[in-house]
Design a protein around this ligand. Structure first.
Ligand SMILES: C[S@@+](CC[C@H](N)C(=O)[O-])C[C@H]1O[C@@H](n2cnc3c(N)ncnc32)[C@H](O)[C@@H]1O
Ligand code: SF4
Length: 405
């Protein structure tokens, strides 16, 4: 555990600079560009429901196809890190290197972001556990009331007595990080004995959902593949079928600042044995009607395997990045970042602070324009970018169609 991080996170509201909860200096502009020119105007975003939502999706696809340094429309997708506090210490997670004083995203900031951006889709998640935020249900209801489809990545260990509230909040999807098909493996990877409780929580949410005749939330498993669990990839399909879970996202090890841990987490796993486990998982998923991202694995297994190796063996991939055109990330510390990858470093991707500027001012500021221009030239301008597997158009559309609301 790193110095300064309390055993049990104490939650503090973290208003505005100076003195960020997440330490490290803000990244400098990507090139020296002198005084910033006033940012180009961004069109106001309308209500993201009904035909207007379809219209915005269409414009989003065009924005991705014709990438430009300046984007005059609001992004479709928002990732909202409501807190960077967490109650677990997972093997894969470098949170202990990044967060020294956990923070809560304050109400003025989450309201400002949702109201200004009017996203079609919100992913409530980040480095911490969203259900530790005391106003999590208010945030979900607010986002739903503004027309967004809302999903949340959660360890589902902090929802006791709140199953009905989850269903009634209208949240569209829970992405439950499970990482194991038995209690012992769960404890090895996630550090605590919550396996049975998580299964009970899923059963109860499904029961309440059915009782209320609701169609949401759908439930998806997240499974971060590593040497401790990869042989369980097929059994996870059976567990999903048993619990009424609709989909599975098999995640490869990512994030640049945890390179030191990758060798330990891949360890005895070989590419062939991983591939065999995923092939078997694919067969079982087909039999059980469980949706997965295994098509991504079939297309890009070389890249994923390479990503799971230590830096010394890393070979850059040629994938195009679309995130800074269609998505934005708001951290519990109030900084807007361009994608879900850069927050996993101390120093990269702080594009602007929402407590000081409007989102429209940040969205086309010099940092954003430089980042987009560099990506358009085929460069990978940051450490995060250099080791990233950016989702290409095929993945964005196929994941959205199968595994997201
Ligand atoms: C960081 S957690 C935050 C949300 C919540 N606390 C949870 O456990 O789902 C979001 C997801 O990232 C995954 N994750 C953590 N570290 C990772 C890594 N190094 N590579 C890939 N996925 C990782 C987790 O397993 C989890 O599914
Ligand atoms: S290449 Fe990766 S790290 Fe860089 S902006 Fe795109 S998604 Fe983020």
């Amino acid at each position: 555990m790193s110095e300064g991080r309390p055993d049990k996170p104490t939650l503090t509201t973290n208003p505005f600079p100076p003195g960020w909860a997440r330490s490290g200096a803000a990244s400098p502009p990507l090139t020296i560009g002198g005084a910033e020119a006033p940012p180009p105007r961004v069109k106001r975003a309308g209500d993201p429901s009904g035909w207007k939502k379809t219209w915005r999706y269409g414009l989003g696809v065009l924005t991705m196809l014709f990438r430009r340094p300046v984007v005059r429309r609001m992004p479709l997708h928002l990732q909202l890190e409501v807190t960077d506090a967490c109650n677990l210490h997972c093997t894969t997670c470098s949170r202990d290197l990044l967060v020294h004083k956990p923070a809560l995203l304050s109400e003025p900031l989450w309201k400002k972001m949702i109201d200004e951006m009017r996203p079609t889709n919100i992913n409530v998640s980040g480095i911490g556990e969203p259900f530790l935020h005391p106003n999590i249900f208010e945030i979900i209801r607010y986002a739903k009331g503004r027309g967004a489809a809302v999903n949340c990545a959660t360890n589902l260990t902090r929802v006791k007595g709140r199953h009905r509230e989850i269903v009634e909040s209208g949240i569209d999807q829970l992405k439950v990080s499970i990482d194991a098909t038995d209690a012992e493996t769960y404890r090895t990877i996630r550090g605590e004995d919550y396996f049975e409780q998580i299964k009970d929580n899923i059963r109860e949410i499904v029961r309440v959902r059915d009782e209320l005749g609701a169609t949401t939330p759908s439930i998806r498993f997240n499974f971060a593949l590593q040497c401790f669990n990869y042989r369980q990839a097929p059994d996870l399909v059976d567990l999903a079928a048993e619990l009424g879970v609709d989909g599975i996202y098999y995640q490869f090890l990512a994030y640049v600042d945890m390179e030191g841990r990758k060798a330990m987490l891949t360890n005895v796993m070989t590419r062939e044995s991983l591939q065999a486990a995923l092939d078997e998982a694919g067969l079982r998923a087909k039999r059980n009607g469980i949706l997965t991202n295994l098509d991504m694995w079939r297309r890009d297994v070389e890249i994923f395997w390479n990503n799971m190796q230590p830096m010394s063996e890393y070979k850059p991939n040629k994938k195009q990045c679309y995130f800074p055109w269609i998505s934005a990330w708001l951290g519990a510390d109030g900084w807007v970042r361009p994608c879900p990858i850069m927050p996993w470093t101390l120093d990269e991707g702080r594009m602007g602070h929402l407590g000081k500027q409007s989102f429209a001012e940040i969205w086309n500021n010099e940092r954003y324009r430089e980042l987009r221009a560099a990506l358009m030239r085929g460069e990978r301008p940051t450490r995060s970018c250099k080791t990233c597997y950016p989702q290409d158009l095929y993945n964005i559309i196929s994941i959205k169609a199968k595994l997201l609301p």
